[in-house]
Design a protein around this ligand. Sequence first.
Ligand code: AMP
Length: 214
Amino acid sequence: MNIILLGAPGSGKGTQAEKLVQDHNFEQLSTGDLFRKNINDKTEMGVEASKLINAGKLVPDDITNKMVDNHLKNNRSDGLIFDGYPRTINQAEVLNDLLKSSQSKIDKVILLEVDEEKLLERLVGRLICPQCKRSFHVKNRPPKTPGICDYDKSVLITRPDDSPEKISIRLQAYEKETKPLVEFYEGKGNLIKIKADNLTSQQVNESILKALEL
Ligand code: AMP
């Protein structure tokens, strides 16, 4: 089964993907993580994408789709969680074609709905482990030792695009480019909406497992 986690920045896609990988043997495909790896490795694409990412803007579809295509060619095409991809209608159409060519498909799309006030609160206090990519939060998910990853003891960082100004640009990009995907997947009949504002991440996880019948 392949699933897409859809939702605004800060809606909990990464945290939920982490739990599904841990407990249900899924593999996470996060385009944000793939871009950040390219930026760290200083690949040509990473250098090009970093300007846009650090400005809070989306990377063009052709670059993003190509990166996903390469990833899928070298990895399994089932048991995947797409986190942060697709983010545009073009990407959704390309993903359908890519999966079709390996006799695979998207089975369910989970939309995590969170109101803007909560999104802002979550993004502003977010801390990321540059090593294992897990995310923490100064208030909602504090690491056991302040500033240090619980799992591999790396020093946690704040993403450059988690500044208030960049967050606002990213939320605008979500509204304009990504929200139309809700209707797109509703039309395909495989969208599940979870109102996640007032749920703990454990409760969201339980709702997802129920929806996926796991
Ligand atoms: P994320 O870690 O998912 O929040 O992604 C971080 C940034 O990477 C985004 O703000 C975009 O600049 C870029 N990015 C990630 N995924 C995509 C995508 N599917 N399409 C375009 N840009 C993306």
